[in-house]
Design a protein around this ligand. Sequence first.
Ligand code: ZN
Ligand code: ZN
Length: 155
Amino acid sequence: MPRAVKAVATELLGKFDSYLQRKSLKLTAQRRRIVEQILGMDKTHFAADDLVDEFRDQKPRVSKATVYRALGVLVEAGILEQHDFGESHKVFELSEGRDHHDHCMCTRCGKIIEFHSDEMEALQERVAAGLGFHPTHHSQKIFGICKDCWKQGQR
Ligand SMILES: [Zn+2]
Ligand SMILES: [Zn+2]
């Protein structure tokens, strides 16, 4: 593991451990492996089954149920963020140490593209203020066709 990743892993595992202790749960070897596996993944946005696949050829095996349960706990602990892109498309990403961003999702290939727009953020603040509304957080999602799929459709 590269040193930078290792430092992040140590920090995340520490945070996870203290959350688990508060819930009278333990940082088991399996939960530890799940966090390390997430950090090692290429995808920044992954579905639960992507993570299950990562463990397919590993021994000792980590069951699907264990992965699903651990993901739920990691969301509760504030380590992962869950994004809902419709019924069959739930993805997770690490929220720790990441700046706020929003997402575009391609409805053809499922690709998720991140973006950040100061203009859009400011506009949302103004809209909320105009309603006397005090926003705590938001999640902006744009659905459509990505560049690659669009090109394929043109051929
Ligand atoms: Zn696409
Ligand atoms: Zn993201």
